[in-house]
Design a protein around this ligand. Structure first.
Ligand SMILES: Cc1ncc(COP(=O)(O)O)c(C=O)c1O
Length: 411
């Protein structure tokens, strides 16, 4: 697609080689590559005004504070938060989800309460809730899947009950690549008085997200999956909920007054941002938001859809390929394709693809319960982004056709 070619020039890493071959980078679900604009913003911060934000009265520190707080404002506008104080910077989505689990979950849940999550969650939106359940005595319930990989409507209706105090759900499954109707799930959660935590790790870089429209109480994502550096993540929370929650980490910057035996805490958002923060990451995040908004999500979605529509019919023609979550009838398929090559371990598949310069992910993708539920040990995953081209898909499929031959199987 012409668009992808246009953006490709901005990504220096994609013009290097892997194993002596041009790179077909199809592991965007794990992390995305960074455009020149983001790299420049990070280098500009470290080369031009690196200083500890919020702490100094001198010009460099003031500038670092401005960069950091501007990132908060840009992030708030990007996802439709009502005020910048509703944006808490974390190191990644995992920390953001843990913040909610430790601070909201451990404080508000008790024996007799129920937490409802889906079987398609990444471990980052599953293990913290297990911990809350074990620590508080609350029960952990699961929404399971329809045969096509979508969440069971019946489970959404019957598992979320008057006992439910918290519902946590991913907006897009990182394995099946299917969009969930998180607006409907949030409405159901609210109808029984529960809060709804949405994991936006696989959505926010690929589609327009508006937390008001979803009516999510909490929304978490990682910068590195949306063109920004590693080490910066975001938790959005409704102001009143965040304001009522105790801090998650204690230390510098999150306090108002510290006495020998007592401390009063800072207002939002500082209450949840203990210690020196990732200002370089925030500078990169702002540049990434500028970059994404400059392109527009309609174009990004069109590129990914074109690649999926191009790849799936070809994959379906290959009798040795098994696909998961690839029924496109409901129109909620994103640019993530999970698959296996029959009789071949996913790690072997990924290694053979690697030798041709094609990067895909292999393993359980931090979703062991989902794989177990699907009756799989592991899978491979190709995941597209705005710089991928049909040529990348061609190279991936050409390499797949060789896999069984390399291992001495017939076609
Ligand atoms: C759906 C989902 N949630 C959470 C995460 C965790 O993200 P991070 O490792 O950046 O914290 C991932 C990462 O793959 C993910 O795909």
């Amino acid at each position: 697609m012409a668009d992808a070619q246009e953006f490709l020039k901005d990504f220096p890493l994609l013009h290097t080689e892997m194993n002596g071959r041009p790179i077909a980078y199809l592991d965007n679900g794990a992390t995305t590559q960074k455009p020149e604009q983001v790299i420049k913003a990070i280098c500009g911060y470290y080369g031009g005004c690196n200083a500890n934000p919020h702490r100094g009265a001198y010009a460099l520190s003031v500038e670092a504070t401005e960069i950091y707080e501007n990132a908060r404002k840009r992030t708030a506008a990007f996802i439709g938060a009502k005020r910048p104080e509703e944006i808490i910077f974390t190191k990644n989505a995992t920390e953001a989800l843990n913040l909610v689990a430790y601070s909201y979950g451990l404080t508000n849940l008790k024996q007799g309460d129920e937490i409802v999550i889906t079987i398609a969650e990444h471990h980052s939106n599953l293990v913290p809730w297990q911990h809350v359940a074990h620590a508080t005595g609350a029960a952990l319930k699961y929404i399971y899947l329809e045969p096509d990989g979508n969440l069971s409507d019946e489970d959404i209706e019957t598992k979320i009950t008057e006992r439910t105090k918290l519902v946590a759900c991913t907006q897009v499954s990182n394995v099946l690549g299917l969009k969930n109707d998180v607006k409907k799930i949030a409405a159901k959660a609210h109808s029984v008085g529960a809060v709804c935590v949405v994991d936006g790790s696989q959505s926010v870089a690929h589609q327009k997200v508006d937390v008001q429209e979803i009516d999510a109480d909490f929304f978490a994502f990682s910068g590195h999956k949306m063109l920004s550096p590693m080490g910066i993540g975001v938790l959005y929370g409704k102001y009143d909920l965040l304001d009522a929650m105790p801090p998650f980490l204690m230390g510098g910057d999150m306090i108002e007054y510290v006495e020998e035996q007592q401390t009063t805490y800072a207002e939002l958002p500082a209450k949840f941002e203990a210690g020196t923060q990732n200002v370089g990451g925030a500078a990169g995040l702002t540049a990434a938001i500028d970059y994404l908004e400059g392109i527009g999500f309609d174009r990004i979605e069109a590129i990914e859809k074109d690649l999926v529509d191009y790849a799936l019919p070809q994959l379906r023609e290959l009798p040795f390929i098994e696909l998961y979550g690839c029924d496109t009838k409901r129109g909620n398929k994103t640019g993530i394709i999970a698959f296996n090559v029959k009789d071949v371990h996913p790690h072997d598949v990924a290694t053979i693809l690697d030798s041709t310069g094609v990067a895909v992910r292999a393993g359980h993708h931090c979703a062991q319960p989902l794989h177990r539920y699907l009756g799989l040990n592991a899978s491979c995953r190709a995941s597209f982004y705005l710089y991928n081209t049909r040529e990348d898909v061609d190279r991936w499929i050409a390499a797949l056709k060789k896999v069984r031959g390399v291992l001495g199987y017939g076609a």
